[in-house]
Design a protein around this ligand. Structure first.
Ligand code: BGC
Length: 365
């Protein structure tokens, strides 16, 4: 009997302890959920999105949030699945850099139904009222600067004996940024095209004919090769390329090198770019790519972290632009950050001294 009592007491204690463990585990799960922020980036195969993802994750974790960071391999079904999964897991805010800005309508509706605020990160989420904020750079100015890089690099304001020859490239047609960049660049270049200072031998100037699906550098390289063999067979020499993105700058330069540019009487064309990727900064230092645009992912990450924190604390977010970004359903309040044009002259000051890339990464002493 005594033994039986002992057994019952021990069993009760074990059950109680197990219960306590379960309750604690439950609390722990709950605690994570109340703090959980979902961050979805388009791909891990581009340098900038890895930096972006890490900047947001680290910043939020420093403030005590739990972060689920996912990369979508540039695959739309993967991205929709990841977002649906994060909604099911009860994230409190979603930060999304889309692949195709118009492909997430259903997911955004699901987020709204679950009362999850959504921040469009760098790329605007289109055709949906269920987007709360947009954090990005001033993309129209980015485009203008892409144009200005050619104005300066090709000295278009100096008197010319013959037209300056260029070809044009734009980014992915399903990314709203690509159109904004192109419009900014073309508004800057238009006076020079109109007065004949600039000429485009292929005649390909419409966004649809110069766009590059998924910003694919190999696709752009192929298009450059075709343009060179079709329109540059005689003694027409390409002087410049409008490029929206560093890997496209590098791949189109490769296409030019393959047909003799960069030696003899055919200097490499002047080409800008965007994102300040390591390979492009190295190319700038080697006097090949002419310039790039630095969009400091650390600042974008920090601005996003602050926004998430304010949303979750119910605080007001100030400094928003409420005119520029209509996503087709409504104007999205946007935080627009500044950019910096980087040429060989200011790599040290803007890239190295700010710690964006180290001298070791750039292969300099
Ligand atoms: C970003 C650019 C980036 C491009 C390709 C755009 O949406 O704004 O910074 O170069 O996507 O990833």
């Amino acid at each position: 009997m005594k033994n039986m009592k002992k057994f019952v007491v021990a069993a009760t204690l074990i059950i109680a302890a197990a219960g306590l463990v379960a309750v604690l585990a439950g609390c722990k799960g709950k605690k994570a959920a109340t703090n959980l922020v979902g961050v979805v980036m388009p791909t891990r195969s581009e340098e900038r999105w890895i930096k972006d993802g890490n900047a947001v994750k680290e910043g939020l974790e420093k403030l005590g949030y739990t972060v689920e960071l996912q990369f979508s391999d540039d695959d739309i079904p993967t991205q929709t699945r990841q977002i649906d999964d994060l909604i099911t897991r009860g994230v409190k805010v979603l930060v999304i850099a889309s692949i195709d800005g118009s492909a997430l309508g259903q997911q955004l509706e699901n987020a709204a139904a679950a009362k999850i605020p959504v921040i469009a990160y760098d790329r605007l989420l289109m055709q949906s009222p269920n987007v709360d904020y947009y954090v990005t750079f001033n993309n129209y100015i980015v485009g203008q600067q892409m144009g200005n890089i050619l104005v300066k690099g090709l000295s278009l304001d100096a008197p010319k004996k013959k037209p300056v020859i260029i070809e044009l490239f734009a980014g992915s047609p399903d990314d709203n940024n690509a159109t904004v960049f192109y419009n900014g660049a073309m508004d800057t270049l238009k006076p020079y095209l109109d007065n004949g200072t600039l000429q485009v031998p292929s005649g390909q100037t419409a966004f649809t004919s110069v766009a590059t699906l998924r910003w694919d550098a190999a696709e752009a390289q192929k298009r450059m090769e075709n343009l060179l063999s079709r329109y540059y067979s005689g003694n027409v020499v390409l002087d410049g390329i409008l490029s929206p993105y560093d890997p496209i700058s590098l791949s189109t330069l490769e296409a030019c090198k393959a047909v003799g540019y960069g030696s003899g009487n055919k200097p490499l064309p002047v080409v800008g770019g965007q994102d300040c990727v390591v390979a492009s900064v190295k190319s700038i230092l080697a006097s090949e790519q002419y310039a790039t645009i630095l969009k400091d992912t650390r600042s974008l990450g920090a601005a996003t972290v602050e926004m998430v924190d304010k949303i979750l604390k119910g605080q007001t977010i100030s400094g928003l632009d409420t005119t520029q970004y209509n996503n087709g359903a409504k104007v999205i309040p946007s935080l627009l950050l500044d950019i910096v044009v980087v040429t060989k002259d200011n790599v040290q000051k803007e890239v190295v001294d700010t710690g964006y890339h180290t001298r070791a990464e750039l292969g300099i002493n």
